[in-house]
Design a protein around this ligand. Structure first.
Ligand SMILES: C[S@@+](CC[C@H](N)C(=O)[O-])C[C@H]1O[C@@H](n2cnc3c(N)ncnc32)[C@H](O)[C@@H]1O
Length: 207
């Protein structure tokens, strides 16, 4: 948290949020991922690793999880917190190249903590286009936003032939946030599959 704040003071626009995601938001993001998935799970904008921790807690295997973060100091922090997770220090706009270098060609889900509202539309399109290009047909792009509006603009959604829906609200995050899930328009994974996953995790939570 301290290192995140220190970086934020120097470069607020590059980090996007003054504080990392709270535990409820990180858990709500992780709930959207099927931990039994065979493909890789990619986290974009790992920050201090709160969503990484939630993904691991949800059962995503460490060797199936790849975190991409642009700030070297935060890459070092995530790598020291989670030594068995692969951390790629680089720009999400270079996603395909970063993954190819690691020999990863198939991804099942992308979990993004990127501050999309602060990223130019053209770069957002590049990032999301690359995400879907490395994902199988039923791949899902999971994104949180502090805005009541969808985090991905209509023109990008239409242009990339994807669809999105708000999967969750997290009111006890500061600020409150919404979790959105995007998939290809023709994807065949129904919402109840994700809901079942969330229900399963809710059952497993300590009271
Ligand atoms: C709002 S913080 C979220 C951090 C963490 N995922 C969380 O939820 O607490 C956004 C993170 O995305 C990283 N980031 C922003 N643009 C990026 C890009 N183009 N490529 C990779 N990481 C980026 C920032 O350095 C920052 O750590």
């Amino acid at each position: 948290m301290v290192s995140f704040l220190r970086l934020w003071v120097r470069r607020p626009a590059r980090l996007g949020a003054v504080a990392p995601s709270g535990r409820s938001l990180a858990t709500a993001m992780a709930e959207q991922v099927d931990p039994q998935t065979h493909g890789a799970v990619v986290e974009l904008g790992g920050g201090t690793g709160n969503i990484t921790a939630a993904l691991l807690k949800a059962g995503v295997a460490p060797d199936n999880l790849i975190v991409i973060e642009r700030e070297q100091a935060l890459c070092n922090l995530i790598a020291s917190r989670f030594p068995s997770v692969r951390v790629l220090c680089g720009d999400a706009r270079q996603l395909r190249r970063l993954l190819r270098r690691e020999g990863i060609t198939r991804v099942t889900a992308v979990v993004s903590g990127l501050p999309l509202t602060l990223i130019p539309d053209r770069s957002v399109r590049t990032i999301i286009d690359q995400c879907f290009s490395v994902m199988a047909d039923n791949g899902q792009y999971i994104q949180f936003t502090y805005s009541p509006a969808p985090p991905v603009s209509r023109s990008i959604v239409t242009g990339l032939d994807i669809r999105g829906e708000r999967a969750d609200w997290v009111f006890d995050n500061i600020p409150p946030a919404a979790v959105w899930v995007y998939q290809r328009r023709f994807a065949t994974v129904p919402l109840p599959a994700r809901q079942a996953n969330a229900d399963r995790m809710a059952d497993a939570r300590p009271i």
